[in-house]
Design a protein around this ligand. Structure first.
Ligand SMILES: C[S@@+](CC[C@H](N)C(=O)[O-])C[C@H]1O[C@@H](n2cnc3c(N)ncnc32)[C@H](O)[C@@H]1O
Ligand SMILES: [Zn+2]
Length: 269
């Protein structure tokens, strides 16, 4: 399902209409983008290289979601959406949605809103689309978001880079952004095995509150007991430097620390 009315052509910025045979989006100047069989549309026109196309990375992330590692943050974000939009009807975008588990969970918890998930990785978006046909899935770059100005009520940016110029452009005045970043103990056990230090996020944090009016900031921390195979999937799903490739360092563990910071910002008018 594609929410055509919110989208614009990535080449010329004209609005789209659905073609007569309902197989593609066509803009006023004739640029044409086929709807994929799996129910997404590629508005990127190219791939960003190997890093973002590694299928095993997204399958590992899907396994980790299914095992429940992110459950605490899913519950917190789902409840926040409910608080922010009690009447439903909001348009929510996840920028950098990966294989789609997080946004799918938001949709299941708050089915009255409308959802657009975008990611630069075609493999990830294809997986996302197979998992939830009720969301508009796009292959798109956060640096050039093919969404019209001022029509979005909330952006979710979870463990993904941000482009605040683009985010501010597509958000309505007074709309919200939920940004989720790693706290310094996130994946502590695995980082220790890889010889990596703690996460450092001070800059991200203060940059966010410079851009938006900070409404809420909370830390979500717990220790997750997991099957050893899931700890292996957590190594695979995160780009913890090239050390990720060194299998000898990837010692299996039976518990992993979750430590994320969830910030809620509001667009300054
Ligand atoms: C660590 S994953 C997070 C995925 C998802 N938000 C989650 O938490 O499960 C980061 C995602 O950002 C995407 N990404 C990186 N740069 C991007 C860009 N310029 N535009 C869109 N997506 C991007 C990657 O393809 C990847 O899926
Ligand atoms: Zn066009």
């Amino acid at each position: 399902m594609i929410l055509t009315e919110y989208l614009k052509c990535p080449i010329c910025s004209s609005p789209f209409v659905l073609s007569g045979d309902e197989k593609s989006l066509v803009c006023g100047r004739g640029h044409n983008f086929d709807l994929a069989r799996q129910g997404y549309v590629n508005l990127c026109g190219g791939s960003m290289g190997k890093l973002y196309e590694q299928k095993e990375l997204f399958q590992a992330r899907r396994n980790v979601y299914e095992a429940g590692f992110f459950r605490g943050v899913e519950e917190a974000a789902g409840a926040l959406l409910k608080e922010l939009f009690p009447g439903n009807g909001a348009v929510v975008v996840e920028a950098g949605c990966g294989e789609g588990s997080f946004l799918s969970r938001m949709e299941r918890d708050n089915p009255g809103n409308r959802y657009i998930g975008l990611d630069i990785s075609k493999n990830a978006v294809r997986m996302a689309a197979r998992g939830n046909p009720r969301i508009s899935w796009l292959v798109a770059d956060i640096c050039k978001i093919p969404i019209k100005d001022g029509c979005i009520d909330c952006i979710i940016d979870m463990l993904t880079p941000a482009n605040y110029t683009e985010f501010n452009r597509i958000l309505k005045p007074g709309a919200y952004i939920m940004k989720i970043i790693p706290g310094d103990s996130y994946l502590r056990e695995l980082r220790r095995n890889l010889g990596l230090g703690r996460y450092e996020n001070k800059g991200v944090d203060s940059f966010f509150s410079g851009q938006f009016e900070l409404l809420d900031r909370r830390q979500i921390t717990y220790v997750f007991d997991c099957e050893p195979s899931i700890s292996e999937d957590i190594y695979v799903m995160t780009p913890m430097s090239e050390k990720r490739e060194e299998e000898s360092l990837r010692k299996r563990v039976d518990s992993v620390t979750m430590d994320l910071t969830l910030m809620v910002g509001k667009v300054r008018k």
